[in-house]
Design a protein around this ligand. Structure first.
Ligand SMILES: Nc1ncnc2c1ncn2[C@@H]1O[C@H](COP(=O)(O)OP(=O)(O)OP(=O)(O)O)[C@@H](O)[C@H]1O
Ligand SMILES: Cc1ncsc1CCO
Length: 540
C-alpha cells in the first residue's frame, strides 16, 4: 500500500511531553498542520486503555485520510481496524507477551518472528514498518517484506535514554546506500527538530536513495502549537532540494502512482460530505451549487466576510472567486481568509479576470499579500497575472490567446506553486497541476466545458471539497476532483441526446451524480482506464 511518509508523527503520552493536554487533540492539531502518518506509541497503558485511545485516534486520522499505525501491538491494530503496525527489534515485544498470556496453547508462537505473525494476522494491505539501526537489520526487514523502515536513532535525545545506537546522518546514509536497489520506504527517527530536519534529509541521502520522510515525536507533541510546528516541518521538508529530487518520483512514474489513489480519494470525499463556503460570482453561483450537491458536498454561498467566523467552524473549505468583484469584496475576502487560515482549513483562490482590469490586478496583489491559499486555480491569463508577468491583458474573463506552449505552462504552474508553497492549477484544454515539485498534465474533459460559463469556477469549489476530505496530499486531492469532473463531462458529452452546451449541462450534473453514487457503493469501475494524465518533466 503506497503511503506518504514525509511527515510521520509518533505519539508520546508521557506527562512531561503532553503537559496535561489531551493526546487526541494534539494529534488532530498536528494533522491539520500536515502530518501524513500517525503512529500511536504507548508502552505503558493497559490493553483496554490502548484500544480506547487508538479507536479515538483512528476516528480522527480517518477524517484527514491519514493512516494510523500502532506501535508493537498487532492486537490493538486489529481491534480498532488501524491501517498497520510499527514493530521494534525487541526480542520479546509486548505483542508476544499479550499473545502468550491470552492464548497459552499458542506458546510456540514465541519462535515466530513478530513480523511473520503480524503479516499473518493483519489484512493483506496493512502497512508494516520495522525499526532498523544497521544494514543487517535493514536487509532482513526488506527480505521479510516490510513496507517501510524506521531508521535510527538519528540523534540522541534527552527523553530516550536507552537508545541502542545513535547512527547520525552518516550511519543512515550507509544504510540507504546498502538498500538502494529496494523500493522500501524509509523514515528517519530520533531527535529531529525544525533546525536539523533539512540537514537530516540532505546529508543522509545516498546517490540512489533518499529518505522518504522524517518521524517526529516531541518537536510536535510537546510543541506549544502542534499545528504550527507540523506546518513548519511540512514547509521545511518540501523545500529541501535533495528531498524534492528523489523520493517517490524516483521510484515510479509519479502520475501512475497518483492515479492509482484517485478512486479511493473520491470515495473518501463522498463519505466526508464536506461543506464548501463559496464567495463566488453571481453569474455561476447556482450552477456551482448544483455541481457541489451532485458530487455529494454541501455548498453555502456567502459573500459576507464576517460570516466566516461561524462558517469556518464546520471545518470545510473556503473558495474565493472574484468574478463579480465590487468595492466591498476584497475586505470581505480578507476577513474570511483570515478565519479559515487561522483554523487551518483549506482556502482556494480563483482570480477570475485577474488580468482584465487594473482594479482586479490590485485585488490580486492585496489578496496574495494577506493570506495563504492552498490552491490557486485559473486559466493561463489569470495565473500569469498572479505570477506577476506584468504584460498580460485578458479580454474579460476569457484567458485570451495563449502565448505559452505546454512546457511553459507546466513551468509557470510549478514556479508559482513553489513560490507560494501550495498547489497551482492552470486550466485549459490541457490542465497543468503542480505542487512545486510534481507537475501533472490532465488531458481529460470535453470542448463543451469551454462553452459553458462556470465550468472553471466549479473546479475551484470541487477542489475545496477534495482538499477538505484529503489533507495529506493536496496535489492528489485536486487531481482526484479534476478527474471526477472531467470524466463526468466526457460521459455526458457522449450521450446521444446531448447536442450542444445547453443539453450538456443537465447531463453533466447527472453524470457527476452517477459517479458519486458509484463511489459511495465502493464501485470504482467509472475510473478504470479513463485517466489521461502524465507527468511533465521540466529541465530546470
Ligand atoms: N477544449 C477543451 N477540451 C477539454 N476540456 C476543456 C476544454 N476547454 C476547457 N476544458 C475544461 O474545462 C474546464 C474549465 O476550464 P476553463 O479554462 O474553460 O476555465 P475558466 O476559463 O476558468 O472557466 P469559467 O470562468 O467559465 O468558469 C477545465 O477542466 C478544462 O480542462
Ligand atoms: C461571465 C462572467 N463574468 C464575470 S464572472 C463570469 C463567470 C465566469 O467566470
Amino acid at each position: 500500500m503506497p503511503v506518504d511518509l514525509s511527515l510521520y508523527l509518533v505519539t508520546d503520552s508521557t506527562p512531561a511531553i503532553l503537559k496535561g493536554r489531551d493526546l487526541c487533540t494534539v494529534v488532530e492539531e498536528a494533522l491539520k498542520g500536515g502530518v501524513t502518518v500517525v503512529q500511536y506509541r504507548d508502552k505503558k497503558s493497559d490493553t483496554g486503555d490502548l484500544i480506547k485511545t487508538a479507536k479515538k485516534l483512528h476516528q480522527i486520522t480517518q477524517k484527514y485520510g491519514v493512516p494510523l499505525l500502532i506501535n508493537d501491538r498487532v492486537d490493538v491494530a486489529l481491534a480498532v481496524g488501524a491501517e498497520g503496525v510499527h514493530l521494534g527489534q525487541d526480542d520479546m515485544s509486548m505483542f508476544h507477551m499479550f499473545w502468550i498470556r491470552d492464548f497459552p496453547a499458542e506458546t510456540d508462537t514465541l519462535k515466530i518472528a513478530d513480523f511473520e505473525l503480524a503479516k499473518k494476522l493483519l489484512p493483506q494491505d496493512a502497512i508494516i514498518g520495522i525499526s532498523t539501526s544497521s544494514i543487517e537489520e535493514a536487509k532482513k526487514a526488506i527480505a521479510d517484506g516490510a513496507d517501510y523502515l524506521g531508521i535510527g536513532t538519528m540523534f540522541a535525545t534527552p527523553t530516550k535514554t536507552n537508545t541502542k545506537s545513535t547512527i547520525g546522518t552518516a550511519g543512515t546514509q550507509a544504510i540507504l546506500t546498502a538498500i538502494s536497489d529496494s523500493s522500501v520506504g524509509t523514515v528517519s527517527i530520533g531527535g529531529i527538530n525544525h533546525s536539523n530536519v533539512q540537514r537530516v534529509l540532505y546529508q543522509s541521502r545516498s546517490p540512489k536513495k533518499a529518505l522518504d520522510g522524517v518521524a517526529i515525536v516531541s518537536a510536535i507533541v510537546a510543541a506549544e502549537d502542534p499545528k504550527a510546528s507540523a506546518e513548519e516541518f511540512a514547509r521545511l521538508i518540501k523545500s529541501t532540494p535533495a528531498f524534492a529530487l528523489t523520493p517517490r518520483s524516483a521510484r515510479a512514474n509519479e502520475a501512475e502512482a497518483l492515479v492509482q489513489e484517485v478512486p479511493q480519494t473520491v470515495r473518501k470525499m463522498v463519505e466526508v460530505h464536506p461543506l464548501v463556503h463559496n464567495m463566488i460570482n453571481f453569474v455561476v453561483s447556482n450552477f456551482v451549487a448544483n455541481v457541489a450537491l451532485s458530487i455529494g458536498a454541501s455548498p453555502i454561498m456567502s459573500p459576507y466576510g464576517e460570516e466566516a467566523t461561524d462558517l469556518c467552524k464546520f471545518d470545510g473549505a473556503l473558495l474565493i472567486n472574484m468574478g463579480t468583484l465590487t468595492s466591498e469584496s476584497v475586505s470581505n475576502y480578507q476577513k474570511a481568509i483570515k478565519a479559515y487560515n487561522t483554523r487551518g482549513n483549506p482556502v482556494v483562490y480563483d482570480p477570475v479576470g485577474a488580468a482584465a482590469t487594473d482594479i482586479r490586478r490590485k485585488a490580486v496583489s492585496q489578496l496574495m499579500a494577506g493570506g495563504y491559499f492552498d490552491l490557486i486555480k485559473g486559466n493561463e491569463g489569470e495565473i500569469r497575472q498572479v505570477w506577476g508577468s506584468g504584460t498580460v491583458q485578458q479580454r474579460g474573463v476569457d484567458s485570451g490567446p495563449s502565448n505559452l506552449d505546454g512546457q511553459q505552462k507546466a513551468a509557470l504552474a510549478r514556479d508559482l506553486a513553489r513560490r507560494e508553497r501550495n498547489v497551482v492549477l492552470l486550466t485549459g484544454p490541457v490542465d497543468y497541476l503542480s505542487d512545486g515539485e510534481r507537475v501533472i498534465a490532465v488531458e481529460n474533459g470535453h470542448p463543451y466545458l469551454g462553452q459553458v460559463t462556470g465550468t472553471g469556477c466549479a473546479i475551484g469549489t470541487i477542489s475545496g471539497c477534495f482538499l477538505t476530505a484529503h489533507r495529506s496530499d493536496k496535489l492528489l486531492a485536486v487531481l482526484s476532483g479534476i478527474l471526477m469532473y472531467e470524466i463526468a463531462a466526457e460521459n455526458a458529452a457522449s450521450k446521444e441526446y446531448v447536442r450542444g452546451p445547453g443539453s450538456f449541462v443537465p447531463a453533466f450534473l447527472d453524470e457527476l451524480y452517477a459517479i458519486r453514487t458509484a463511489a459511495s457503493k465502493g464501485d470504482d469501475s467509472w475510473f478504470v482506464g479513463r485517466a489521461k494524465v502524465h507527468e511533465v518533466k521540466l529541465d530546470l
